[in-house]
Design a binder for this molecule. Structure first.
Ligand SMILES: [Mn+2]
Length: 339
């Protein structure tokens, strides 16, 4: 392997958790400690909204990788023996620039563009994705290969322009995807050969749905425990759908049972829809949050925005304090109904 490229969204947030960063550094080190050149770009999830915020990918740059995570196109020459390869790195922050024009390096033997976003005409589950981040104007340059990130499936956009796909599935919408990576081999008769290499990913289990019509809380708990016992849920991503639940049944769920299932599975998602109603959110904390006080919702809203870098810390603090003040004032007003 002469070179490793990551096309963005290493992290799913601007401020990844410590254990996520540590794992990233370990895996990055496996590449850089072998002196294999490793380049990448920031995707939409890890690009700070505020230019003053540093991207977590900078940690990788401290141990010998190079991730472009700013708001400019960067050109990086990579010498591989007597072959000069040139990378045009277009991080998500530069994709938004309507003027961006990227041209290959004429002096290089191989030119590769690396970028992240939705290409024109990308069809996902029968629907064409609406917003195009990567117009043909950006992709149309005469590159030997364009390495795309964002779409989690291995996918040919056109000759020599591919999404490598993700290395894990990120939700039940991707249950049919084949996680892996792409190997490029240059120098053959056709210029570049592209091979998708599937890798083992965490198992996803969609448990048989439960029709809860006429069930008591006890019946439902028994049905959930029974279905979980019939599958190998340890370390897996698991979904249990419950339909036609009598109103209020979700309140009778066996919390210790759910805690146990959640401890065993990497993710245990319980989706309950009441008779004749839309899906309720997952009833462990999230139900409480959505039925919780307006104050809690507001705190979660501001916290989430702050977490994603959409609000800076000082502003978020002030916003939270003022907002809570108004909410309490409104809650205390005579005649005000329950939130
Ligand atoms: Mn993305």
């Amino acid at each position: 392997m002469d070179l490793v490229i990551h096309s963005g969204d290493v992290f799913d947030s601007i401020r990844p958790a410590t254990h996520v960063i540590i794992n990233f550094l370990k895996q990055t080190g496996r590449i850089t400690q072998r002196d294999i050149p490793y380049y990448g770009i920031a995707g939409n999830h890890e690009t700070p909204r505020l230019r003053a915020t540093t991207a977590a990918l900078e940690y990788g740059n401290m141990i010998g990788a190079y991730f472009a995570h700013g708001f400019e196109v960067e050109h990086e020459p990579v010498d591989l023996g007597d072959i000069r390869l040139s990378l045009a790195l277009i991080p998500h922050g530069a994709v938004g620039d309507a003027q961006v024009v990227v041209t290959p390096d004429r002096d290089a033997d191989i030119n590769i563009m690396v970028t992240h976003g939705t290409v024109p005409g990308l069809v996902v589950h029968g629907h064409e994705l609406g917003q195009v981040d990567l117009p043909e104007r950006v992709l149309g340059g005469d590159f030997d290969y364009v390495a795309l990130g964002h779409y989690h499936y291995f996918h040919e956009h056109k000759k020599n322009t591919y999404y490598a796909g993700a290395t894990e599935r990120f939700g039940f919408g991707e249950v049919d995807s084949e996680p892996g990576f792409a190997i490029l081999t240059f120098g053959g008769a056709d210029g570049v050969e592209i091979e998708h290499v599937p890798i083992e990913a965490r198992p996803m289990i969609d448990l048989p749905r439960i029709d809860a019509e006429g069930m008591t809380g006890g019946d439902l708990n028994e049905a959930i425990a029974d279905r979980a016992a019939r599958a190998d849920i340890d370390g897996a991503m698991v979904r249990q759908k419950v339909v036609n639940a009598p109103v209020g049944l979700a309140g009778e769920l066996d919390r210790p049972l759910l805690r146990d299932l959640r401890r065993r599975a990497l993710d245990f998602s319980l989706e309950i829809s009441e008779s004749g109603r839309a899906d309720l959110p997952d009833p462990d904390g999230e139900v409480e949050a959505s039925f919780g006080s307006l104050e809690e919702e507001f705190k979660a809203f501001v916290g989430g925005r702050r977490e994603r870098g959409e609000l800076d810390a000082a502003f978020a603090g002030e916003f939270l304090e003022k907002g809570l003040g108004y909410l309490r004032g409104a809650g205390a007003a005579p005649g005000e109904g329950a939130a």
